[in-house]
Design a protein around this ligand. Structure first.
Ligand SMILES: *Cc1c(COP(=O)(O)O)cnc(C)c1O
Length: 233
């Protein structure tokens, strides 16, 4: 079941790349496994998945302990500062950095553990009240501030687009995120890379790929519906 869903997702990504004249290697799939039990993650692992996304620290750590060590763990949910210390040396990429205080905490813990941490800056592309991340101007300022932290390395931008019935409704938001990355890149800020764009979920990842996503985060489309009991997002 997971095998077929994965194959379908990868095929859809390739088709979207082809439509956009992109090479399929430019886009990576993150299997968003939040709320899903370990045997299901293992099934995805056996089907070749090495990138998993989680939105709660506790759950990520439990799965980290239980699963093979060549997995790249992606923290995609809102991150509280008091949880940073558990995460910095276990996570491949933190997608959801939305404040200087959070980045400073990551810096502090990275220094303690003598490690380097790769992050994305979260942008609220649609200006939704319920979402994390800043506006275009706030993101510009935040990137400049975080760039000064020696153990924290910005690799690009991330956004959670609105939930929509028709994915075309989000095309403009994805295009805006890519344009923002281009504009930041043009500033040539030390310690800032803009080669990663984390955008697109089950409902809209194909449009996101057409608009330049380098990571798509797909949960439901791989693992099926989630039971929302106990979920904080
Ligand atoms: C849950 C989640 C996803 C995956 O959502 P699906 O619609 O199930 O694909 C992607 N990104 C973030 C930040 C999430 O919290």
């Amino acid at each position: 079941m997971i095998y077929e869903q994965l194959a379908q997702t990868r095929q859809n990504m390739e088709s979207a790349c082809r439509r956009a004249g992109r090479s399929a290697e430019e886009v990576e799939l993150i299997a968003v496994s939040k709320t899903k039990p370990i045997p299901l993650l293992l099934e995805a692992y056996e089907a070749g998945v090495r990138d998993f996304g989680e939105n709660r620290v506790q759950e990520l750590l439990e799965k980290y302990e239980a699963l093979p060590k060549d997995i790249r763990w992606h923290m995609i949910g809102h991150l509280q500062r008091n949880k940073v210390k558990y995460l910095v040396d276990k996570v491949h990429l933190i997608h959801s950095v939305d404040s200087l205080r959070l980045a400073q905490e990551i810096q502090k813990e990275a220094e303690k553990k003598q490690t380097q941490v790769n992050i994305l800056v979260e942008v609220n592309v649609a200006g939704e009240e319920s979402k994390f991340g800043g506006s275009r101007e706030e993101t510009m300022r935040l990137v400049r501030e975080i760039a000064l932290l020696p153990s924290v390395h910005i690799q690009g931008l991330m956004t959670v687009a609105p939930y929509v019935e028709n994915p075309e409704a989000n095309r403009m938001f994805f295009a805006n995120l890519r344009q923002l990355a281009v504009d930041i890149k043009r500033e040539s800020i030390d310690n800032v890379n803009m080669h990663v764009l984390s955008m697109g979920m089950t409902g809209d990842y194909q449009v996101a790929v057409e608009e330049g996503a380098t990571y798509v985060r797909v949960g439901t489309g791989i693992f099926g519906n989630r039971s929302y009991e106990g979920e904080t997002i």
